[in-house]
Ligand binder design. Sequence first.
Ligand SMILES: Nc1ncnc2c1ncn2[C@@H]1O[C@H](COP(=O)(O)OP(=O)(O)OP(=O)(O)O)[C@@H](O)[C@H]1O
Length: 239
Amino acid sequence: MKSQLLVSCRGLYKRYRSSEWVFEDAWVDVKQGDFLFLLGASGSGKTTFIQIVAGELPYDRGVVEVNGKDIKSYGSSGLYRWKRKIGIVFQDFRLLGDNTVFENIALPLILMGYSRPDIERRVNAAVRLLKLQGKEDVLCKTLSGGEQQRVAIARAIVHSPGMILADEPTGNLDDLHTSIIFDILKSLHSRGITVVIATHDKRLPLLISNARVIMIKKRRFVEVVPVLRKDMSGLASSE
Ligand SMILES: Nc1ncnc2c1ncn2[C@@H]1O[C@H](COP(=O)(O)OP(=O)(O)OP(=O)(O)O)[C@@H](O)[C@H]1O
């Protein structure tokens, strides 16, 4: 069966105001069921790409199709429906420090108008999945970095998105916590969720068999086929 294309990015150009191009004629796609790593040096455009796919950032030229339709042609209600299909783990977590773990995870459900019993059921399931039991009433600002990371993932998946976009989901974590986060991401992927991970850490794709690896090089996307993965060693010198 042919995999469905979730994201098709063709000839993308993006720059911020009058600065240098971040993307220049960049092409990439994300298929349903992918476990995809987006690798690139700091400043190469990983966060920019995630924000464009999430419909949060405009771009200059090219086509970015999500679910078969140019994201620019979605009205506000179409964009809202697309956003409900995805979950984003932000690089800086974007948690509300003075709110509890439960409240933070519940936030997207409240905004989407879920009923109170549904919110409780879904948040409790996410809490169990992310192994946050016992922390529900703790203020987020008092959590460790690894715990905050897990809350950020729980909040991203609580509405059962079809795709999760995670920006440096293991940045600043030690190897043990990195492997805990990856076990969780693998488990989400095995439930059918498409996973896209942006990272500068070229060791991470080695944790997942059959992962797709896309590198950002010279303002374009370059797919690294498994047999050529030794090319990833050149990441540090990429632009
Ligand atoms: N709001 C902004 N205004 C102006 N320039 C920006 C803005 N956001 C990002 N940039 C620039 O765009 C380029 C790509 O940034 P981006 O954050 O997408 O890279 P990144 O690969 O995610 O980096 P990192 O790994 O350090 O987070 C960088 O040169 C950055 O300075």
